[in-house]
Every structure is written in C-alpha cells, then in structure tokens.
Ligand binder design. Sequence first.
Ligand code: GLA
Length: 397
Amino acid sequence: MTTSIVDRGSLASRAVTLSARFRSVHGTNPLRISRAPGRVNLIGEHTDYNDGFVMPAAIDFYSYVAIGERVDRTLSVNSEQFQETVEFNLDQLAGPPHKHWSDYVRGVAAVLREEGYPLKGANLVIDGQVPIGSGLSSSAAIEVATAFALTSLGGVTIPLLEVARLCQRAENTYTGTRCGIMDQFVSCFGRQDHALMLDCRSLEATYLRLPSNVRLVICNTMVRHELAAGEYNERRASCERVVEAIRKFLPNVRALRDLTLEDLEYHRSLLTDVDFRRCRHVIKENARVKDAAEALKCLDLMRMGKLMYLSHESLDRDYEVSCGELNIMVEAARKLEGVFGARMTGGGFGGCTVNLVQNEAVYGFKEQIVCRYQARTGLTPLVYVCSPAEGAGDVAQ
Ligand code: GLA
C-alpha cells in the first residue's frame, strides 16, 4: 500500500537548494530568505470573519521567499512550483484579481505601497511546501513570507500584527476572497508545540500546548471542488445579512459574535432557513472553541475530540461547506484505534481533515485511513503527520 510520506527536508538543505535556484534564475545570490508556515485549524471554522474564536496551529510546512535587490522598479517573481516568472512594475500594482498565483505577491506589494512603506525593485524566487488548494493556507504562507522579504529588503520592520492585517487585506483586495484574519495571524504568531486560541475581535491570543501523547495527523482528500471562493464569500454574506436584519432590534450587535442562540431563535421569522442554519453554526462553533480550550488545558482529549466531531457535523449540515469526500474521511477516522477526534479543516469544499491521534496509533492510523478512503472513493489520500511549528521568520544562510 502507498502511504504518502512527505519529506519536508532540513532547513539548511532547503536554503541551499533555494539559493541555487535563485542563482540559476536571477544570476546572483539572494540577499535573504524568509519563510512562513501554513496552518491547520483544530476547531473554530468560519468564525473568524464573524469576530469569533478560532484555534489554529502553524504546521511545519513552510513557503520560502528568496529575495535580491534590483536597480530598476521591477519585481521579478519566479515560482518554483509553477515553473514560471512574472514581472510587475512596482508603481503599477493596482488592478483586479488575475486568478493567478502571482496575485498573492502583487497584492502584498501593493498593500505595502498603499501604506507608504518603501519598496525596492527586487528579484524573488518562491518555493512552497504547503500543498496548494488543500485548505492548509498556502496563500497566507506566501503572503506573509513575501511581506517579510519585501520589507526586510526595504529596510523596514513592521509589527507582526500589522503584517498579518496587511496580508489579510492583500488577499481580500487582490485575490477576491473575503477571508478573515486566522490564517495570516497564525502564520505570523505560530509557536512550536502549541495551538493558539485567537479572539478575532480583540486579536488576543492564548497559547495552548498540545499534549505530548498525541499528534496532529492531516489527511488530504485530494479533491478541491470548484466554486470554493464564491461559496466562501456567499457564506460570509449570509452572516452579514443576518447581523443587518437583527441589529435593527438589537443595536449592540456588531457581528454574529454578539448574538446568542436565544436571540437567533427569537428573530427566526426574519431569516431564511439557510441563513438561520448558517448563523446557528457560527454561534455554536464559538462556544465549542471556548470549551475546546478548557478541554486542552485539562488534557481532556476525549472531550476535545467530541467537540471536533460536533464541529464537523455542524459544518456539514448547518454551514454546508463539507463534501462527500471529507465526510468519508471523517467517518473512516471515527472507527479507528487511538483517534480522539476528526473534522474538516479550513474553508471546506474539499481539502483536508485534521485528526487528533494517540502517538502509538499514528502508524496504524495512516495505513488504515488510506486503505478505507481508497476503497470508498478510488482516490489515494496524502497523509501528513504534523507538529505545531514556529511562525514566520528569516532563514539564516
Ligand atoms: C479560510 C479563510 C479563513 C477562515 C477559514 C474558515 O481558510 O482564509 O480566514 O475563514 O477559511 O474557517
């Protein structure tokens, strides 16, 4: 059987390979290499843009950006993954999304310029380890690594929280996804061995150590359903519509975060059934994140796992962002030894599940989940055993 092992390589060897690529593309050595991680979300899905609570961890899959100076006003960006180079004039970055990988880089540069940060012409090579389109936030990883690289070349240091905010804005404006702050925040602030619970309104983060007897195992369904970005924005619009409708009666309600289930029930007649269910998910999910933080603090993994399953069901039935493949993967995990909990992670419509698995059971879990998923879908999933990782930074060369 083929369980897929992903070799993430050592940091030093990554830097050497990336420098070699940089030389072959741009003819000089890079001045710096920055990196930023992807993330997995343990619980708290589609709550960030409702001023709610999330619990992501940065994972040891990084995007790398190598950068060197140029004398003109061009950004010449080469992608290792797409084997393509794109050039921009630093003074003409505005424009609608091109639906191209380079939107993330252009967006970050444009937002930094809008904020008045000095940018220099530069050569870049981007190399991402975060699987693209799998709900592990390769986009935030590229944005944050790009922001680090561009600002360090310009000789400016921006507070980390500002980096996260600007990268979120870049994604909203230049790629057309109206995402929340979760992915960019954890890519900046991730901590080894810890998840973090983030209050997306105050942006206060609490670090929660992951118990040492479990691993985060991520299972990639290998499907990505079309329309994901449109469906995402449509979910967000649903939430905003309900807030607008209810705040006429409850003026203190600024976001779904401020609504109770009782408020929602009381105003049910104002809402469509679909909007009602979506908001019910958000309100209950916020409560689950707080419960999950308590469960982790008390090392109550049974409770944590149960909350993960409940979150998945709610995302499937009420929020309607799961899909057949994700449900099959979660159901398969539920029946396996040593699994405390499983759920879809990220925006949905394909991508990955996150599984909380006892250390000793990880090997068997990998074998079994591949087998069972393959039998039901005919697809071979990728399985990644991850550790919570450090947030973005520069790589010593
Ligand atoms: C995507 C977005 C995040 C968040 C999740 C769903 O990853 O980028 O901001 O909304 O979906 O929880």
